[in-house]
Design a protein around this ligand. Structure first.
Ligand code: HEM
Length: 442
């Protein structure tokens, strides 16, 4: 199969477990992504050895999720207020993706760029232009009939994309430099020494902590480029998921009341905290079911020896057909039917009681051959825990704060935009919002 003008081997599902044991260095999702989008022409070699980018998420972000959730909720208030405006007592019309992507980008700027730069309008515009241009630039390089010189011509073609990246770096790099000095001067600001302190709780803190060399020896430009690309990973996919969930609840409005009640009960009991987010089994199930029928990716892999001895030469690119697995009649009753609370019913009593996502095989974050939205194996998405929190908080705030409807009544789901086996929600669909009475928080 061809994907982004490259050849891929479609592997059978029996080879999926090999992704759990594959050598993380030899089988690289990010290297593959970089090759597909010709990102070496802008990002340089950061994807050849992306360990620090991944550790920034695994060690930095993921070990602070409980602290981040209430901050996420505060940011969500600002983001929604900014995107929707205050004067929304009557119905107001919005382009759905513009509204929901706008809100998630704002939040991503707080955590994946820097605390000091959150709410910086000019920077948010620059970052949005940069992230959109990664994809558009890749698409242009892929679509032109360039044959074997595609890789060479990727450099001049990426000129305008590089300019967008430089514009973002111009703002970010000086701040990274200041933080490097701060980090080096004040050991107490290091998360290594005091992991429970709030500090900046942002990507610069985490990347400095994840760096093995002394902070003063870090190249601020490379750090800033890595931060920008983690920002890209952290913003687009959660926005798409949030939009898919809003579309789904509008297609099946009978889910709205139980979801609203669940969010309201959790927030009344625990406030907008980690505990509240962990107490939303119906919403978690609704998200997983939406991901099952409308995943945004279906690609992964690279070269290695598989469990039955089959050897894939270096340079082989692998892909799995996700849809047959996600809609497998042997795994799901009525696999083609959207059943929003399917996974909440499937959770065992222990899992329901614990309300935890770790080890809960029915959770949206749980990786399995029947839940591939976040990939599988050693390169599975490390940002999924944060992404799900962000989507739950934003969606929860949206349905508690607003009535939602299509701009005009419709019976069919807005058709997705499909580019090279990736699916984005419909970019033109409009929705209408009307403010609801302010819910009481416990
Ligand atoms: C709904 C939101 C998201 C979706 C659907 C998603 C999906 C994916 C998928 C399918 C992969 C490839 C996994 C594999 O090869 O097995 C991946 C990898 C990755 N994602 Fe996400 N992602 C999301 C959010 C995020 C966020 C918020 C971050 C950053 C905080 C992030 C950072 C990454 C990184 C760094 C990788 C590469 C991991 C590696 O190669 O080891 N993602 N993601």
């Amino acid at each position: 199969m061809r994907w982004w003008a490259m050849d891929y081997l479609v592997l059978s599902p029996e080879y999926l477990p090999d992704l759990k044991t594959a050598d993380a260095e030899n089988v690289s999702f990010l290297q593959n992504l970089s090759d597909a989008l010709h990102m070496e022409a802008s990002a340089g070699i950061i994807y050849h050895s992306p360990d620090r980018m991944i550790q920034t998420i695994k060690k930095g972000l993921n070990s602070h999720l409980a602290q981040i959730t209430p901050l996420l909720a505060e940011e969500a208030d600002f983001a929604l207020m900014f995107e929707i405006g205050e004067d929304s007592n009557g119905w107001k019309e919005f382009n759905a993706t513009k509204l929901l992507f706008g809100a998630t980008y704002r939040i991503a700027c707080r955590f994946f760029i820097a605390k000091e730069l959150s709410g910086d309008e000019k920077l948010i515009k620059t970052l949005t232009a940069f992230t959109e241009s990664i994809f558009i630039n890749g698409l242009i390089i892929k679509m032109l009939p360039l044959g074997p010189i595609r890789g060479i011509l990727a450099w001049p073609i990426s000129f305008f994309h590089r300019r967008k990246m430089e514009a973002a770096l111009e703002r970010l790099q000086p701040l990274v430099e200041r933080r490097i000095s701060l980090f080096a001067a004040d050991d107490s600001s290091s998360m290594k020494k005091s992991p429970n302190t709030e500090h900046f709780l942002d990507a610069i803190d985490w990347i400095l902590t994840a760096s093995s060399a002394q902070p003063t020896q870090q190249d601020s430009r490379i750090l800033a480029i890595e931060i920008l690309h983690n920002f890209w990973a952290s913003s687009g996919s959660p926005s798409a998921l949030l939009t898919q969930i809003v579309f789904q609840v509008l297609m099946f409005p009978m889910y709205l009341d139980p979801l609203r009640k669940e969010v309201q009960d959790a927030v009344s009991k625990y406030g907008w905290t980690e505990k509240a987010v962990q107490s939303l089994p119906l919403l978690d199930s609704f998200i997983r079911e939406t991901n099952r029928l409308y995943p945004s990716f279906s690609v992964k892999g690279e070269p290695w020896r598989l469990h039955d001895g089959l050897v894939l030469p270096v340079g082989t690119r692998c892909i799995w057909a996700a849809d047959p697995l996600l809609r497998n009649p042997k795994a799901f009753v009525d696999p083609l039917v959207f059943d929003g609370f399917r996974f909440a019913r499937l959770a065992t009593d222990d899992e329901k009681r614990e309300g935890k996502e770790d080890g809960n095989s029915s959770a949206a974050s749980f990786l399995s051959p029947t839940n591939l939205a976040f990939g599988y194996g050693r390169h599975a998405c490390p940002g999924r825990f944060y992404a799900l929190r962000k989507v739950k908080v934003l969606f929860g705030k949206l349905i508690l704060g607003y009535d939602i409807e299509w701009d005009t009544p419709r019976t069919e789901r807005p058709s997705p935009v499909s580019v090279e086996a990736q699916f984005a929600p419909n970019l033109w669909q409009k929705i209408r919002l009307r403010r609801r009475p302010v819910p009481t928080e416990g």
